[in-house]
Each structure stands twice: as structure tokens, then as C-alpha cells.
Write a protein that binds this ligand. Structure first.
Ligand code: FPP
Ligand code: MG
Length: 375
């Protein structure tokens, strides 16, 4: 999901036939504000890299490696800007650092999540840990000492990204009360996501059938990826509380659909498109709704296939194929796809019924780009 393009589709809203002129104008405004946001991110990171290099070459390298991790589709800043401009905001310069903060929070989350998941590839490239491993191995370091360096890079780089998110939001050139409100939302995003990640980690100790993967998706993904970026933009624009609440409901439904699609791609996706291993989730034994349903629907033979392969760190393509077959044959894959579509439809309905103006149609389009399969 992380590498599938919302960019192209949203920027392309202007050329879709039948799109209302006000929606086109909003989409163009969002893309213009994204340029400002990218500039803010680039300048912030450039400044920090230069300052860090002056402290020590190794610290400079950590910032350089971090800067190289920032930016994929940039869904979160785009949601912030859409909510801001779509609820009456008129100052993209003020909103850009708040939007950029959402992206850096995401970078921080990914750095730490990859450590917890033992992943060293992200978006098809080495992540902070992977870059440190290559560099450290080149220096002849092995064993525990090597692993310590790899852990330090992911942990410390993630810390820098987290602090950077707060640095950007807390210096946004906006009314101080609004600035404080968006910083509070970032704090809330961290808390919600940590709760979700904690439950996700603990879920590894539980049988897959007993895990509430939808609650985890809501806490771990929907909050910081959709709900809070949207709320941040709307709060910054001074939107009325019912509009903020509608955007939050929309964001939660969108985020859950997004996570269900991501879990599917983690097993059935094309690594060339997703930039992620298609074995990692299965090797980790990741407790997804897809896996829960596969267990729930499997007979004794199917369960034995799942038990043998899921959570096996040495799982190969043949083993993964056997698991995929169980997921298909039990109907688990089809049910997860249907659940994702139900959540996507809930998001569309909320956007249509409760979000005012051109933002309504814009957000319906976002569902199709990010999580939907049609409509
Ligand atoms: C990805 O899940 C999970 C997240 C992006 C949330 C991670 C949250 C934390 C590490 C806790 C809070 C961290 C900070 C810095 C405050 P996934 O593993 O299902 O997705 P993936 O397949 O993209 O890795
Ligand atoms: Mg992960």
C-alpha cells in the first residue's frame, strides 16, 4: 500500500471526466500546497543534515540516512492539506509545516516498526537499519557488535524523526492556540499508535484466532495515518466540531480499509509494486484479520499447513504458496476483501453525507485511490 500511488490519481483528479470544477480547484490547491510542504521538508532536513555533520561525521550520516527515508506517497500530509483547504483554510504556508510533521511522524513510526519487525527493506530500499548494516559490515564488524549498531541506527534515527515532527508543528507560522492544538493532536497520534503497536506485538504471543486485528488496525494505522492528519488540517482551518468529527469518522474507516488492503498485499502483493517482502508478514506470524479468518475456516489439514509455515523464519515461496492456498480455499481472502470494501464504503458514505463542499467528493476519490476497488 505504501508505494501504490495516490499521488498520480489525486493530481489526476483534474482530468477525470465529470469532476466538479470546485473539486478540481481543491485538488490543484492541495498539490500546490504539497509543493510548499515538500519544500519545508527539504529545507528542514537539509538544515539538520548540515548542522549534524558539523557535530560529527557519524551524526551527519544518520541524518543523511534519515532524510533518504522521508517521503513516499505522502498520503498523510496530503490529507492534512485537503482537510485544511477543504474546510476554509487559506494559508498554505502556515499549513505546510503541520502537513510535513505528519510525514515525519510516519517516518519515525516506520523506523521503529521495522526494528520491531526485523525488516531492513522499506519502499524497495534499505531502511536506516539496512544502511547501517551495510556500512558496519564493510568495516569488518560482525555478530552482536554488528546487531547493536543496526539497532542503534533504527532507534536513534526514529527518535530524530519523532522530534522533527514536533519541531515542525511547534514552529508553524500560525495562531499559537492552533499551533498548540495541532501539537496536542500529534501527541494523541503517538499515544494511539503506541497502543496499537503494543497490542500488535502482544498479539504475536496469542493464537491468531483470538486477536482483534480490526482494533489494532484502528489504533495502529487509522489514527496517525488518516484520522489525525485530517483532524489536524481541519482544526488548523478553524472547522466546526461536527465537521472535524465527521472527518475523524471518515479517517478511521479509510484507515481500517487501508490496513486490511495492506495486510492482503503483505501476503498476496507484488513486491515490485509494494516495495515490501511478500514473505515477511508470514515469517513474523503477523496477526492479521486475514490470518484469523484462515484459521477460523481451515480444516485439520489446512490448520496443519498454517501451523507449519506461519511464524517460520525460514519460510520459502513454496511454504508461502501453501499458506496462500489455505487463505483462498477457506474464503478468508474473499472475506477480508469484502471487509475492506465495507469499511471503504463507510468512509465514502461519511464523506458524502457529513463532509461539506468539494472536500466531500475529493475524499470519496481518496478512498478509491487508497483502499477501494472501484466505484
Ligand atoms: C506498521 O505496521 C506500523 C506502524 C507504522 C506503527 C508503528 C508504531 C510504533 C513503532 C510505535 C510508535 C513509534 C513512535 C516513533 C512514536 P506493519 O508492520 O503492519 O506495516 P508494514 O508492513 O508497513 O511494516
Ligand atoms: Mg512492519
Amino acid at each position: 500500500v505504501d508505494e501504490q500511488g495516490v499521488d498520480g490519481a489525486r493530481t489526476g483528479v483534474a482530468v477525470r471526466p465529470g469532476v466538479d470544477a470546485a473539486v478540481v480547484a481543491l485538488a490543484r490547491g492541495v498539490e500546490d500546497a504539497m509543493i510548499a510542504t515538500d519544500r519545508v521538508l527539504g529545507e528542514f532536513l537539509g538544515d539538520r543534515c548540515a548542522a549534524a555533520a558539523a557535530v560529527s561525521p557519524a551524526y551527519g550520516r544518520l541524518w543523511d540516512d534519515l532524510a533518504a527515508q522521508v517521503g513516499g506517497k505522502r498520503v498523510r500530509p496530503r490529507l492534512t492539506l485537503a482537510a485544511y483547504l477543504g474546510t476554509g483554510g487559506t494559508d498554505p504556508v502556515g499549513a505546510a509545516p503541520v502537513a510535513a510533521a505528519q510525514e515525519l511522524l510516519h517516518t519515525a513510526m516506520l523506523a521503529h516498526d521495522d526494528l520491531l519487525d526485523h525488516d531492513e527493506v522499506r519502499r524497495g530500499r534499505p531502511n536506516l537499519a539496512g544502511l547501517a548494516r551495510t556500512r558496519t559490515v564493510r568495516g569488518g564488524v560482525t555478530g552482536r557488535a554488528l546487531e547493536d549498531q543496526v539497532l542503534a541506527a533504527g532507534l536513534l534515527g526514529g527518535d530524530l524523526a519523532l522530534a522533527s515532527a514536533f519541531a515542525l508543528a511547534s514552529t508553524a507560522p500560525v495562531d499559537p492556540a492552533l499551533r498548540l492544538a495541532v501539537v496536542d493532536l500529534l501527541v494523541a497520534a503517538v499515544g494511539t499508535t503506541v497502543a496499537g503497536e503494543l497490542l500488535d506485538m502482544l498479539a504475536e504471543l496469542s493464537p491468531p484466532q483470538s486477536v482483534d486485528a480490526l482494533l489494532i488496525a484502528e489504533l495502529k494505522t487509522a489514527g496517525y495515518s488518516c484520522r489525525i492528519p485530517l483532524a489536524s488540517g481541519a482544526v488548523l482551518a478553524g472547522a466546526e466540531p461536527p465537521v472535524v468529527a465527521a472527518l475523524e469518522r471518515y479517517g478511521t474507516a479509510l484507515g481500517i480499509a487501508f490496513q486490511l488492503a495492506d495486510d492482503e498485499l503483505g501476503v498476496f502483493g507484488d513486491p515490485a509494486m509494494t516495495g515490501k517482502s511478500v514473505l515477511s508478514d508470514l515469517r513474523e506470524g503477523k496477526r492479521t484479520e486475514l490470518l484469523r479468518l484462515a484459521y477460523a475456516g481451515a480444516d485439520a489439514v489446512g490448520r496443519a499447513v498454517l501451523d507449519r509455515n506461519v511464524g517460520d523464519p525460514g519460510l520459502d515461496e513454496a511454504g508461502a504458496d501453501a499458506v496462500r492456498a489455505v487463505m483462498v480455499d477457506t474464503g478468508a481472502l474473499a472475506r477480508v476483501q469484502a471487509m475492506a470494501e465495507t469499511s471503504a464504503e463507510r468512509a465514502r458514505d461519511t464523506a458524502r453525507d457529513a463532509v461539506p463542499g468539494p472536500l466531500s467528493e475529493y475524499l470519496v476519490g481518496v478512498v478509491d485511490d487508497l483502499a477501494g476497488r472501484g466505484h
